[in-house]
Design a protein around this ligand. Structure first.
Ligand code: NAD
Ligand code: UD1
Length: 342
């Protein structure tokens, strides 16, 4: 169903995993979208695929968010209703090795983006934050009032960006920011034409399950089965990336009408263990996932689940797709990329 009014949105990192699904949702709602991406973690053919899927192509500006002249030129050449800011680096392990780089890209890039938005007169932003900002409180389900306690440079960079956005809102009564704290995005658009394409060795559970399913990886290592959870393995709030994308399209009209900084969890409120993930994946896709039980991963918590009530109240949004959809759609996407690369 098309939106009643069509707007023009500027999407940094729009060729990436979550960005591309959100761009697809915006295009399908009839909006115009400009993607600003340096393709450091995305493939160029995503742009054509989005155009084919939506029947309407996004505009592409290839550039780096650290390039102030490029961002300023883009945001002053055209008036945008809002910016959706996905661009950034996201590997916890890499952030420990290169904390300066994470600060420069994630925090420095956001500062530059905010200055360019000011010059372009754009006063609304949707920002990709993460449940990782909550750190190790161990409270679950966790709501937005919980204090922040990031435990690695990646999490710190997200917390720093949240402060930048809050300051902007304090300094400009017309400015608005949706600070969306994602839980664990998985799955792919049901067309299997776009999805997650991790570069190098993945670190997150679903991409590793997919590698065990194809045989690229001999087996999945389960990091600990002695947590205080029903089967002892870690419990997380996995959310289908298409539901997550819909959370962004729900946030836009809200921030356009409500200035200020709005921190919002995007999760399902339902946790699944690693064992449940494996069992559901095997059952839905009829493919075995060999695994072994290994030591806990340092920094991991037993359970991290969102309290999703605020998003429901504020945005009238909630996740609709279940674990079976997540496993089915992730596998369809993985099979499509394995096939196209063979
Ligand atoms: P992704 O790597 O697939 O997408 C990021 C996109 O930004 C890529 O297209 C990449 O090419 C682009 N990019 C990176 N650095 C850039 C730069 N300097 N200039 C311009 N473009 C640049 O990641 P994703 O999973 O889609 O994540 C999107 C956002 O959501 C990130 O900010 C990430 O930190 C955040 N997030 C992701 C998760 C997750 O599990 N995927 C969870 C919580 C938060
Ligand atoms: C990780 C990051 C977090 C980031 C999030 C989403 C860490 C410590 N945390 O969180 O900052 O926001 O990804 O990108 O890296 N698991 C296994 N075997 C594996 C991989 C994972 O058993 O090979 C387990 C984990 O112990 C956990 C669950 O699977 O219980 C999910 O892991 P993962 O996908 O890495 O997400 P998070 O731990 O939530």
């Amino acid at each position: 169903m098309g939106a009643q009014t069509s707007h023009r949105y500027f999407v940094t990192g729009g060729a990436g995993y979550i960005g591309s699904h959100t761009v697809l949702a915006l295009l399908r709602d009839g909006h115009d979208v400009t993607i600003f991406d340096n393709f450091s973690n995305a493939s160029r053919d995503v742009i054509d695929r989005l155009g084919a899927l939506a029947g309407k192509a996004p505009v592409l500006i290839e550039g780096d968010i650290r390039d102030e002249a490029a961002l300023t030129s883009a945001l002053t050449a055209q008036k945008y209703r809002a910016v959706l800011h996905f661009a950034g680096l996201k590997s916890v392990a890499e952030s420990v090795e290169k904390p300066q780089l994470y600060h420069e890209v994630n925090v420095g890039g956001t500062e530059i983006l905010l200055r360019a938005m000011e010059k372009g007169g754009c006063k609304a932003i949707v920002f990709s934050s993460s449940a990782t900002v909550y750190g190790t409180h161990g409270v679950s389900p966790i709501d937005e009032s919980c204090s922040l306690d990031p435990i690695n440079p990646y999490g710190q960079s997200k917390a720093d960006c949240e402060v930048l956005l809050e300051n902007n809102c304090q300094n400009d009564a017309e400015f608005s920011a949706a600070i969306l704290r994602y839980f664990n995005p998985v799955g792919a658009d049901k067309s299997a034409k776009i999805g997650e394409m991790p570069k190098g060795t993945p670190a997150n559970l679903m991409p590793l399950i997919l590698e065990a399913a194809t045989g690229e990886r001999e087996k999945l290592a389960i990091f600990g089965n002695d947590y205080d959870t029903p089967d002892g393995t870690g419990v997380r709030d996995y959310i289908h990336v298409s539901d997550l994308a819909a959370g962004h399209t729900a946030a836009l009209p809200y921030i356009e009408a409500h200035p200020g900084a709005h921190k919002i969890n995007l999760g399902t409120g339902r946790g699944y263990s690693v064992i449940e993930m494996i069992q559901t994946f095997q059952a839905v896709n009829d493919v075995p996932i060999p695994y072994s039980i290994e030591a806990r991963r340092p920094g991991d918590l037993g359970e991290v689940v969102a309290n999703p009530n605020y998003a429901r109240e504020l945005l009238d949004w909630q996740a609709n797709l279940g674990l079976e959809d997540m496993c089915r759609d992730a596998w369809a996407w993985k099979k499509s990329i394995v096939k196209s690369s063979s």
